[in-house]
Ligand binder design. Sequence first.
Ligand SMILES: [Zn+2]
Length: 486
Amino acid sequence: MKPGIKSRMRFMMNRLMRGAPPAALLVCWMTVSGLAQTIVPAPVKPPVPAAAAPAPALTPSQITPGTATLSMPAQPAAVAPAPPRLDRLSPLGIKPDWSRLQSFHQTLTRAEFEMLMRDLYSDNSAFPPPWKLEPDGLVVMTGDATKPEARIAFATRPAPPPPGMRTWRRAAELPPLKGRPPLSDVHIAIDPGHIGGSFAIMEERHLSFAPGEAIQEGDLTLTTAQVLAERLKSLGAYVSLVRENASPVTDKRPADLADAARQILIEAGFPKPVEGYAGLTGDAKILTVQWQDEKLFYRVSEIHARAKKVNETIKPDVVLCLHYNAEAWGDAAKPQFSPANHMHVLVNGCYSPVELEQQDVRFEMLHRLFSRMHEEELPLAVAVAGGLRAATGLPAYVYTTPNARHAGDNAYVYARNLLANRTYQCPVVYLEPYVMNNEETYRRLLNGHFIGRTLIAGRLQTSAIEDYVRGVVNGVLAYYQKNRPQ
Ligand SMILES: [Zn+2]
């Protein structure tokens, strides 16, 4: 790799991580968003002066959902940076209809807005957000030259928007049970994370420690979803699967996204990107059109397609996003076990100022905030975390990176800005139990789903999938039994 590319990558990552230590940087990419293989190694050294490197507009990291975009200063470091551009969209993002926020006029108080930003939606960094907080309203910079500001008036006392403005229902809004099964009327969508099948290697979610055996996260989540769906149905719930097999929901394929991928690399300051990644590793691989178009396919286009399905077709009361976590396993051809094993549950929040510079991200966060989705999402997440903790016995994962924060006071519940929990327009509980490359967990997962106990690695053990399902069911049940009319 050319030294210039390295220094530019380093500079971009410095901006991105805002001074996070190298260890934290690695963890950030390895767990949850979870990709040992998507690490952009970035030794944290003093940034290269901007004048020494062309100012890239976009970076490869931009196509990673939930990570920050960058707006690079075009001047030498001594000159004040230009104000951030607020018209950009996230990769494959759709221009928002800012007028939709008008329907939230006088529904939220200023005190509520400030509390929600402080306790959930912001990452509490010092940078100013792209809006003005006036005594009686919020003035948001839209990034649209024809109508540069959108104003939402604050209420003098909380006046939640009417249920007709959304497709999901709170537990308290469900019809009385009157002796019917406890999850009657609840519409739950289950989103099995990733695609699996023949896409798992491309997704970097295929894990094998010996010839002839493998686990793939996208297949594990589908099996878990199918078992979970039957249990929830037997308790009266109406259940939809966002994905029902090992095929993508999006009709796009990497080749369809090659132009968009090439454009991202060119705008990031790499005018002649290499096409294929055969034989390449590390940064050189990440900077190819192929790596970028594959990522746009399985991580961005796929989630946009699922969001469309959730928002326009399924219209559930809640989405459960199923994942299995992993620690860095190094080279996929020679993976490493990790002694760690843990779990956590995510709600939406923790937006950084640079993420909010993208107009679709800014709009989607404000739409969630004013819709009060967190009022349902957070207590449900706490209940599901309780169920999962009891069923799996796993300790809480501890983030050391700035892309996540605690939401509320439950050790297992964090807020993150992920593409799925931002764009699904209803409460989303996003589950990350188990470390797939923990040796014991790996061997349990190789055994698939079963009831009871079986001999694994010399002792009788339960199915990790069954424990996952049982934990989620108990958490969901506890939440609705407590909060819906009897
Ligand atoms: Zn996952």
